[in-house]
Design a protein around this ligand. Structure first.
Ligand code: MG
Length: 272
């Protein structure tokens, strides 16, 4: 499916706690801005720690046909035929072209096992049945199954918070990165959301042969690289009291999808 109109603006967005309510996962409050972006031909690009399988469900429900970034910048998925040319470095997989930036999940699981062997009280999604993922996240059992289909990133809990410094050190020693999302810690390779956003924006610019103005919306530290990689960053006000100590990104007025809605309406209405 070829894109009909060359976009001049792009909107990158986190899902959990940003476009989706932290508790209910509803995006209802954001519907006016989603519709406005759609009618203005502005792609809304999901950039989340969620898996491809989870994102596909939301894309279907929201009728989103744009590329997306899964697992904290682990991969960029582009529907085949979306751009006029296949981007360099992409490979075909099913209905997508994928640009892989992360390390394979198997390697991350090995690292979790090494840390467990060192007495660190970490438990990743790979250690939990879907029922426990459901309890920790409030997702449905079906969604919890999709959340366990990891490819480039392992969310985990630390049962003993006092072990955090030792944990950080162990992850670095193993050559991986550690980030905090809204609910979980994540172990990843050297990928991040910001790098993936820069690459995908470059692909859009090359395809349309014009510069893009980008907005980014997120609520957690794992969004900071994305917010730093866009022209107009919005920190969506959230449930997390630590947010007061976050860097000086513009804060949305409302929380979650409500804040998303007003920020995106503002971005679309702005003259650049
Ligand atoms: Mg979030």
């Amino acid at each position: 499916m070829a894109r009909k109109k060359s976009p001049e603006r792009l909107i990158y967005t986190d899902l959990d706690g940003t476009l989706l309510d932290h508790e209910t996962y509803s995006w209802k409050a954001a519907e006016p801005a989603l519709k406005r972006a759609e009618s203005a031909g502005i792609p809304v690009i999901f950039c989340t720690s969620k898996t491809r399988a989870e994102i596909e469900l939301y894309r279907k429900q929201m009728r989103n046909r744009h590329p997306f970034i899964s697992e904290n910048g682990g991969a960029i998925y582009i529907p085949r035929g979306y751009f006029s040319r296949e981007p360099p470095g992409s490979k075909r997989t099913g209905k997508y072209l994928v640009i892989e930036l992360g390390v394979p999940y198997k390697k991350l699981r090995e690292a979790i096992k090494v840390m467990q062997g060192k007495g660190l009280k970490v438990r990743g999604f790979g250690d939990m049945p879907a029922s426990e993922v459901r309890e920790l996240t409030g997702l449905s059992l079906r969604q919890a199954h999709l959340a366990r289909k990891r490819e480039y990133n392992e969310p985990f809990v630390l049962d003993n918070p006092k072990q955090e410094p030792k944990l950080l050190n162990a992850i670095q020693m193993l050559g991986f990165q550690y980030i905090r999302g809204g609910r979980f810690y994540h172990i990843t390779g050297n990928n991040n959301k910001g790098l993936a956003v820069k690459i995908l924006t470059g692909i859009y610019q090359q395809d349309a042969d014009m510069p893009m103005v980008t907005a980014g919306l997120g609520d957690s530290p794992n969004d900071f690289t994305m917010l730093s990689a866009v022209h107009v960053p919005y920190l969506v006000k959230g449930h997390n009291s630590r947010q007061s100590r976050y860097p000086a990104f513009a804060r949305t007025c409302g929380t979650g999808p409500d804040g998303w809605n007003s920020a995106v309406l503002g971005f679309i209405g702005e003259d650049f």
